[in-house]
Design a protein. Structure first.
Length: 158
């Protein structure tokens, strides 16, 4: 899977991908107050405000996956619902780890919602270590939103 930087024509489809992926992974278990803040517009704004941190896979305006990196953290990791179950998550993770290594990151981390069993299982299967539950503030349009999440870590190597 080849990752590239986000183009203008990617922004709206990426916001839709992220919105749908967030709903799939979090809407049933996240606090209602957070769900209210996770609108389609909020995802578009977050992409526009973090263009240099976002990488996308797929043709321009037809993304199948994206990842957002914050230094050594995989901050967001989503595969389009129609692309799930086809090995795209594993390919995205491999490409992301390679990209992190190319930037000098050898110890990476990410956070996963406690009740997102599918994602937690995927990260474990990809060699990430569950380091336990921590409190983390997540960005929202209303300011930081604290949640208990699982921290995963991985030592990266070529």
């Amino acid at each position: 899977m080849i990752l590239r930087f986000v183009l203008d024509e990617d922004i709206k489809p990426l916001a839709q991908l992220w919105f749908e992926g967030w709903q799939l992974g979090h809407a049933d278990t996240a606090p209602r107050a957070l769900c209210v803040l996770r609108t389609l517009d909020s995802f578009e704004t977050r992409i526009r405000n973090n263009l240099t941190d976002c990488l996308v896979a797929g043709s321009p305006s037809v993304p199948i996956a994206f990842v957002r990196i914050k230094e050594a953290e995989i901050d967001q990791f989503y595969v389009a619902p129609q692309a799930l179950g086809k090995g795209n998550g594993a390919r995205l993770m491999s490409a992301t780890e390679t990209w992190l290594l190319s930037r000098g990151v050898t110890n990476a981390h990410l956070y996963c919602a406690e009740k997102n069993v599918r994602a937690a299982g995927f990260y474990s299967a990809m060699g990430w270590t569950n380091c336990g539950v921590v409190q983390k503030d997540f960005e929202t349009s209303a300011g930081p939103y604290p949640l208990s999440v699982i921290r995963f870590e991985k030592a990266l190597s070529a």
